[in-house]
Design a binder for this molecule. Sequence first.
Ligand code: SF4
Length: 97
Amino acid sequence: MKCQTVLAGTECTFWGKQGCIFPEGSCQTIAENCEGCDRVVTGSIGQVCSAYPAPVKKWIGGICNFASHVKVDFSIAELKVNPLKASKKAAGAKKKK
Ligand code: SF4
């Protein structure tokens, strides 16, 4: 149903017949880390997230997975190679030639 308070007219899964069913009856304003994110919109209570009603919680365990302004660098951890298996693999490769 459509929100009738913070983001009036916006489709929201938390809006029901009794109003907003999110804890405390409303979504919450953005966290400091949200600054610069494309999902920040202005609602009746200030800047809120268009993707998640409690932005502060999205940053508790690390970087928000919906964030558009933060890039995550994945570095490949050094692979642990079993020397015995590597040796067998190398020997197998030589036999095929
Ligand atoms: S998507 Fe994440 S970073 Fe962006 S405004 Fe929402 S909670 Fe904040």
